[in-house]
Structure formats: structure tokens, C-alpha cells
Design a protein around this ligand. Structure first.
Ligand SMILES: *[C@@H]1O[C@H](CO)[C@@H](O)[C@H](O)[C@H]1NC(C)=O
Ligand SMILES: *[C@@H]1O[C@H](CO)[C@@H](O)[C@H](O)[C@H]1NC(C)=O
Length: 391
């Protein structure tokens, strides 16, 4: 069994090797090297990438765009659909962004249906200089590493995004996208490097991956619906943030969020729901947070007072953000602050249908017991709840 499966592995890797070596002979493979790319990390390959994409996109048979082994510099490039068939984008090497690139986008996929992005390769945003300039230039000047705008039915598997200048991955207006076995990483000290941001999208799965970065690991904005996050190791960063609810007129609800079987290590928060102090109606409901391990997380569960940017809020107006039907189940581990759970809702908008089942969070910071603080939460408790100071 063992030796035959080893033999199989050897054969498979020889096949893959032969396939890559002969890629230019294989119909349907669009190797960027044949479109003028140079793997020296200096030549700008954006046009070569785009030419390969354009031909593959016009092809009606199966088509694979191949970025082989090597380091490829690329300025901003947008891969636009719709294409004639479902494309495979195989990146084996490393694509690096110019250090001084500005603008909204670096690598962008738009209006593409049925994309598979795979190959074990890396998108390196080379962001370290950008992080130090964000205070003087403003963060909106810098590009996101990889954008998916209005894409459907995509699989993003086995790729890495490192050192983005701004966010790593931004998913907007998409439907049915699966991220599997991806590695998103930037130093803890990096600035505005959110891992995966999702907004106005439905049916997004993120599984079996690592996300460690300087800002939110996953950010779910308005219109995030049917989102499934499972088997993720969260390293540094701010954890999962659902948010800035109530900041836009007529914003779409957040609905149907499942986070299951994840481990948070050294993150600022575990699960955070962030609301603006505004008079805009907004809803977040049907959310399940289950089987989560918190290792040295500052605030494992955080729903704090509405956020008032720039101090420009009229506190006389109550926040109109409504949180309902949320389950926290089997969440255990350690926190580094006394406040393991903070759950602040309001008199005008109490949080309803909140269930806590088997919570066990211990303070490893000050040596004092962990606390829970809440207001206006209608909750149902079951199993062991620790800390239970506010229930
Ligand atoms: C993710 O990528 C970073 C940077 O390349 C690397 O240090 C880390 O080991 C990777 N993590 C995983 C879980 O693959
Ligand atoms: C998921 O659950 C399994 C079984 O309890 C566990 O071995 C694994 O470490 C968990 N994964 C994460 C990322 O927490």
C-alpha cells in the first residue's frame, strides 16, 4: 500500500514535471514566457500576463494560463471576463509588485466566471515601504494585492498573498467563491493589511488556510451573505471583524455567517462586530461561531459600543444597527485581557436570540479572572459558561 502509493506519487510528479517542461507544446496552455515575460524580477511582465490572459480568454476549449517557476515583476493588471470558457490560472512562481506602485489595484479579476487560481505560487505586494508612508499619504493611495470584482464560481486554491501594501484579498459583488489552502501573511506590525475582505457577496467559503497579518484577518462588510469560514489558523492580526455596520445609506444586511473549527493565536480579537453610531438601519443576523480555540487573544468575543469616528456623532440618536440570532458554541482558551467577552447592545436595539453554549475563557494576562461585560443582550445559556459575570 505504502510503496505503491509512493510509486504513484513519483509517477504523478514526473507527469507534472513533464507537463510543465513541455507546456508550450500542450494545446490550451498559455505560458506567459511565450508572451514576453522575463523571470528576472526586474522586467515588468504585466503586458505579457495580459496578452496570455486575452488569448486564453478568447479560446473556447479548456485553457490554462501558466506563470512558471521564477520571480516576475508586474505592475497593475486587470484580468477581465467574461471569457469563452472556465479558465485555469496556474501560478507556480512568485509575482512581485513594484515597491512604489500606487492606485486601487494590483492584480484584479473582474467579471470572470468559473476561474481556478492555483499552483502554489505567491503574490508579493512588497508593502513595507507603503506601510511607513500610509500616515503621510493616506491608506487609500495604495493598491490591494488581489481583487475579485463581480466574479462567480471561482476556486482559489494553494496560493499565497504576502506583504500586501493595503488589503491582501478583496471580494466584491461575487458569488460562489471558494478559498482553499491559502496562506495570507504580513508582519503583525504592517498597516491596513486586512487578510480577506468580503462585501456584497454571497456563497463565499474560506477553508483550511493560514491568515496572519497586521489588521483584520477576515473582514465581513455589508452584504456578506452565506459565508462559511472553517479550519483556519489565525496568526497575528485583529481576528474576524464583521463590520462597520450602519455606515452607508441603504446598506445590505450581513446574514448567514458560519465560523467553525478555527484557532486564533495571538490575535487582537477573536470575533468582533463593529457598529457605527449612526441613524442608518442595518442588520446582522443568523451567525454561528462554533468550535473555536483562542490562544492568548486580547478580546475573544467583542461587540463594543458603537464606533464614533472623528467624534462626529450625535449620541442623542440611538444606533439603528440590529444584531439578532447569534450562536456562540464551544469557544475556549485563553485571553490576555480581563475582558474575555464584551457584548454591548442598546436599550433601543437590544441584541436578541443570542445563545451561549459551552464557553470557557481564561485570563492569562493579569492573573485575575476573566470577565464578561454586557448590556441589553437577550441571551439563552446552556452548558458551562465561563466567565459568566454578566449573564
Ligand atoms: C505562510 O507564508 C509565510 C511567508 O511566506 C511563511 O513564513 C509561513 O510559514 C506560511 N505559513 C503556512 C501555514 O504555510
Ligand atoms: C479542527 O478540528 C479538529 C478536530 O477537533 C482539530 O484537530 C483541528 O486542529 C481543528 N482545526 C483548527 C484550525 O482549529
Amino acid at each position: 500500500m505504502g510503496s505503491s502509493s509512493n510509486l504513484l506519487k513519483v509517477c504523478l510528479s514526473m507527469l507534472v514535471f513533464a507537463w510543465i517542461a513541455n507546456a508550450h507544446n500542450i494545446p490550451g496552455v498559455y505560458n506567459v514566457m511565450h508572451y514576453g515575460a522575463v523571470a528576472d524580477g526586474k522586467f515588468d511582465c504585466a503586458n505579457a500576463f495580459l496578452s496570455a490572459w486575452t488569448e486564453a480568454c478568447a479560446c473556447s476549449g479548456s485553457a490554462t494560463i501558466l506563470i512558471p517557476q521564477g520571480t516576475f515583476l508586474s505592475s497593475a493588471v486587470s484580468f477581465k471576463g467574461p471569457c469563452k470558457s472556465a479558465l485555469v490560472f496556474q501560478i507556480i512562481g512568485k509575482v512581485v509588485a513594484p515597491v512604489d506602485l500606487l492606485g486601487d489595484n494590483w492584480i484584479c479579476f473582474e467579471y470572470v466566471k468559473g476561474l481556478t487560481l492555483t499552483g502554489g505560487g505567491t503574490f508579493d505586494g512588497q508593502g513595507s515601504i507603503a506601510w511607513s508612508k500610509q500616515i503621510s499619504l493616506g491608506f487609500s493611495k495604495f493598491p490591494v494585492n488581489i481583487r475579485f470584482n463581480y466574479c462567480t464560481d471561482a476556486i482559489i486554491q494553494g496560493i499565497s498573498s504576502i506583504n500586501s501594501k493595503l488589503f491582501h484579498i478583496d471580494v466584491l459583488g461575487c458569488k460562489n467563491i471558494k478559498f482553499i489552502a491559502i496562506n495570507v501573511s504580513a508582519p503583525k506590525t504592517s498597516v491596513s493589511t486586512d487578510g480577506i475582505r468580503i462585501g456584497m457577496s454571497t456563497g463565499i467559503t474560506v477553508s483550511s488556510s493560514f491568515i496572519g497579518t497586521g489588521d483584520n484577518c477576515i473582514f465581513l462588510g455589508p452584504g456578506s451573505q452565506n459565508i462559511y469560514i472553517t479550519k483556519i489558523l489565525f496568526g497575528a492580526g485583529h481576528g474576524i471583524t464583521i463590520g462597520s455596520l450602519g455606515s452607508l445609506e441603504k446598506e445590505e444586511a450581513v446574514h448567514g455567517i458560519t465560523v467553525r473549527n478555527c484557532t486564533f493565536t495571538g490575535t487582537e480579537n477573536g470575533i468582533r462586530i463593529e457598529r457605527w453610531h449612526s441613524s442608518i438601519f442595518s442588520f446582522a443576523s443568523n451567525m454561528i461561531f462554533e468550535d473555536l480555540i483562542m490562544n492568548h487573544v486580547k478580546h475573544p468575543i467583542l461587540i463594543d459600543e458603537p464606533y464614533c469616528p472623528l467624534g462626529l456623532c450625535t449620541f442623542a440618536v440611538p444606533t439603528l444597527v440590529k444584531i439578532s440570532d447569534v450562536i456562540f458554541k464551544n469557544i475556549r482558551g485563553t485571553c490576555t485581557s480581563e475582558l474575555a467577552v464584551k457584548f454591548m447592545c442598546s436599550l433601543h436595539n437590544p441584541c436578541v436570540g443570542v445563545q451561549f453554549n459551552d464557553i470557557d475563557l481564561m485570563n492569562m494576562g493579569s492573573g485575575r479572572p476573566a470577565l464578561a461585560l454586557c448590556s441589553y443582550v437577550k441571551s439563552i445559556l446552556s452548558g458551562n459558561i465561563f466567565p459568566s459575570t454578566c449573564f
